[in-house]
Design a protein around this ligand. Structure first.
Ligand SMILES: Nc1ncnc2c1ncn2[C@@H]1O[C@H](COP(=O)(O)OP(=O)(O)OP(=O)(O)O)[C@@H](O)[C@H]1O
Length: 782
């Protein structure tokens, strides 16, 4: 829409006015912050002068302690308020550059017309007039949900109704209006076009100015126990998850803090990619982790945990028939049936069968596993297994105390005495002197006895700690025993697994455990089994759990996460079409609903894809078997290219040329390979001739420029340009790899190039010829 210049000028004047007010406020805050800072420094400097220190009488000691405490509280209060001021100043500085992004004119029934300007935070002038409303305030929802005409919004006091007379969007930078649109639809496409047309960043941006109606529904949901978002690639799932966290922190600001929200994301690279969105909105980041990190934290001391990506690489490299059996193992061990089999097995342990290990000291068995077992099963069978552990541990600690006294007489203790430091002897001397009862000639013996006790105590400390940590329970042997029992508890036939296949799966697992390794598919069964026996380690203080890329979670992982966070509300976001294993887990939604049976759950579909240009989305959508479900966002761009080469050198040369060309018009160019091996090869070739970075499992961050990255790490990320490394029929020949190819191609925002050595993958046959340019090299190199 064309604006009269006076209307534009009026809006610019209002921006200037708001910016001026914001700046004034920043100045006042900075001045007051300086005062608070000086006060804190003063308190620190004069700390001991301002407290009354007197230790003469017990009453004086109490008074002194109170005085110190008061002084410490005063200091930390000053430091806290300095911290708050600093945070407010940061948000205000953002407002000073771009105070708002929208205006709605709203007339509540029977009230005068109000102009509501919406920005990333509320700002009031001295007379308490709202110059800017926070995008999360109740009234702001009419901007996201409504079109001019009758509208309503919910407040804690009830629903307000009225008429929206104008809806305007702004793009303001450095206090200057860059563009301005009036719109009759929910959120005008013009603004989206501008935002989506911009170049990619190595960090995700906030989308508050252009949140879509269906996205807003997810962001503002406060009722569901389970909110399941199934959305196409690029439909804004991750963005929505982060805006939702910001919304919840605002809406429940009295009772919710960032540490009570946890987000499980696919990999550490992704963690850093999204880490700036919340701080940009003036909020602290939630806890971020990956399922692998959680598992490693839990069992990593005893076993080396395989990551999901190692699982992917190992399966790629494995011998074919092993890979098939492994797939079956992943399927059965990841099923909900297996989860329930663990529960069944544990129920049988009430009368016997828990595996223990001997408590050994200096090669000698102090308490045998039989003794521990007898103790454990001396309790009535109505005692749950977890309830017995603290009781047994207490008893074992007592027995260890007795054993320690016996040890004090041993020869090794005498030998150790010769190796003690001077300080130890001095300590013994002082101790005996202060406790002296007998005559002076006993001193030497008493000192010796004291030292012997100290030595044994020191050596037993570790032993006692391990008893307190229930390390007398032998979790690995228990897991092996469980695997042996599985055929009795579960119909393997129904799972499509023969007895000999199960034997092979079992012996592989045992072999791994012997090597102190654990495969990803065993991680949850192993942890769940231990939790049910020793007592679960659930986290009751966590209020919200977010799981991104949910399609890569197995049913057992979902059930286990629910078990770990029993009182949390869950938001799960994913895209079946991007599942890493190409597994058929369409039933995932059903399964999630089953896990949350009886609780309020909401399933939301996001079908429109925003990331890529129209030609790219049209291309990627037709790779999918059921691609018609993905709706296109009309943003023009170049047709994707398919480059067919005759050999590896030719392909790498083409990639080099394309990367060089694309880097001139892109911030980020990603060359995406299926496996790490492929990526390393390409990297070696390219790095001699251009500035390029190879990203691996351990990479935590990436910079702008040209990168080479394996498929599974590119998940969730986006790049201006994507070059797919060798999408030949040999590399992507299986139907199960369709989704992987789709995931890789959908990372591209503005340009997509697919290369191949020889014929391109048959998976592209479903893409109409006029959706891309194809070029076949004519020379034969090598
Ligand atoms: N309402 C919106 N306004 C502006 N940009 C949006 C909006 N929704 C999504 N986007 C943009 O679309 C891109 C894709 O978003 P996001 O990564 O959140 O999608 P996703 O569904 O998680 O994708 P994928 O599953 O493919 O990883 C991002 O650049 C994001 O900023």
């Amino acid at each position: 829409m064309e604006f009269q210049s006076n209307e534009w000028n009026q809006e610019q004047e209002r921006v200037d006015y708001t910016v001026k007010k914001v700046r004034n406020h920043i100045n006042t805050l900075v001045a007051s912050a300086e005062n608070v800072k000086q006060e804190a420094e003063e308190i620190r400097k004069n700390f001991w002068e301002d407290v009354t220190v007197n230790f003469d009488e017990p009453d004086d000691v109490i008074e002194t302690m109170t005085s110190i405490k008061q002084q410490v509280e005063l200091l930390s209060e000053r430091e806290r308020s300095y911290g708050h001021v600093e945070e407010s100043v940061k948000t205000l500085q953002k407002l000073a550059s771009s105070p708002y992004f929208a205006r709605v004119d709203f007339r509540e029934d029977g009230e005068p017309l109000e102009q509501i300007y919406i920005g990333i935070a509320s700002f009031l002038d001295e007379a308490d007039n709202y110059l800017v409303y926070d995008w999360r305030a109740p009234i702001s929802s009419i901007y996201y949900d409504g079109i001019p005409g009758p509208v309503s919004y919910k407040t804690p006091e009830g629903t307000r109704k009225g008429e929206m007379e104008l809806k305007r969007q702004f793009l303001i930078r450095d206090g200057v209006i860059q563009s301005m649109f009036d719109t009759g639809v929910t959120i005008g496409d013009e603004m989206l076009q501008e935002i989506l047309g911009a170049k990619a960043n190595t960090h995700m941006k906030s989308i508050v100015a252009t949140i879509q109606k269906e996205q807003n529904k997810i962001i503002r949901d406060i009722k569901s126990q389970l909110l399941f978002v199934q959305g196409a690639a690029g439909s804004g799932k991750t963005s929505v998850a982060l805006q939702r966290i910001a919304f919840l922190l605002y809406h429940f600001r009295e009772s919710l803090s960032a540490e009570q929200i946890i987000l499980f994301s696919p990999n550490p690279l992704f963690n850093s990619y999204i880490s700036k969105v919340l701080p940009e909105l003036g909020e602290n980041n939630m806890i971020q982790t990956t399922f692998f990190d959680y598992a490693r934290h839990r069992i990593g001391k005893d076993l080396e945990v395989e990551s999901l990506f190692e699982q992917f690489e190992n399966r790629l490299q494995g011998v074919k028939e092993h890979a098939e059996i492994r797939d079956k193992a992943i399927m059965v061990k990841g099923s909900l049936d297996f989860y329930h089999v663990i529960e069944k097995y544990v129920n049988q342990l009430l009368k016997g069968g828990v595996h223990f290990r001997d408590i050994v000291f200096r090669g000698k068995v102090l308490i045998s596993k039989q003794e521990i077992s007898e103790l454990f099963y001396s309790y009535d069978s109505s005692y749950s297994l977890p309830n017995r552990f603290p009781l047994v541990a207490k008893r074992l600690l007592k027995i260890l105390d007795e054993k320690a006294r016996e040890e004090e007489q041993s020869e090794w203790v005498e030998e150790q005495m010769d190796l003690l430091d001077k300080e130890d002897f001095l300590d013994a001397f002082k101790n005996v002197k202060s406790n002296k009862k007998g005559d002076v000639f006993d001193s030497f013996d008493q000192e010796k006895a004291y030292l012997a006790k100290q030595i044994v105590r020191r050596y037993f400390k570790k032993l006692k700690r391990s008893v307190k940590q229930y390390r007398f329970f032998q979790s690995k042997a228990q897991y092996v025993h469980f695997l042996e029992q599985v055929p009795k508890l579960l119909s393997l036939e129904k799972q499509g697994i023969s007895e000999s296949e199960w034997e092979s799966i079992k012996s592989h697992t045992i072999g791994n455990l012997r090597k102190k390794e654990i495969r990803m598919e065993d991680v949850v069964p192993y942890m769940y089994l231990s939790d049910l026996i020793e007592g679960k380690k659930s986290q009751t203080s966590m209020k919200y759990v977010f799981i991104d890329e949910i399609q890569d979670y197995t049913p057992i992982q979902l059930a286990y996460l629910r078990f770990l966070f029993p009182y949390s509300k869950f938001t799960m976001l994913g895209d079946i079409n991007q599942s890493i294993h190409g597994a058929e887990n369409e039933s995932q939604i059903q399964m999630a609903e089953d896990i949350f049976a009886g609780q309020k759950s909401e399933i939301v579909y996001l079908r429109k894809s925003y990331r890529s240009t129209l030609p790219i989305t049209r291309f990627t959508k037709s790779i999918l078997a059921d691609g018609e479900e993905v709706e296109l966002f009309e943003r023009e761009g170049e047709l994707p290219k398919v480059l067919v080469t005759k050999n590896k050198n030719e392909m790498l040369e083409k990639i080099y040329e394309e990367a060089k060309y694309l880097s001139e018009c892109s911030n980020t160019v990603a060359i995406i390979g299926k496996s790490m091996e492929q990526c390393e090869e390409a990297y070696k070739y390219l790095q001699m001739r251009m500035d390029v970075t190879l990203l691996g499992i351990e990479t935590r961050e990436f910079n702008e420029g040209i990168i080479v990255i394996p498929s599974y790490l590119a998940k969730g990320l986006e790049f201006d340009s994507v070059i797919v490394l060798n999408a030949s029929d040999e590399v992507y020949g299986k139907e199960t790899e369709r989704r992987l190819l789709y995931t890789i191609c959908t990372r591209a925002m503005h340009r997509l190039v697919v290369t191949s050595i020889g014929s391109p993958t048959r998976l592209l046959n479903s893409v109409p010829n006029d959706y891309y340019h194809i070029s076949v090299t004519e020379t034969t190199g090598e």
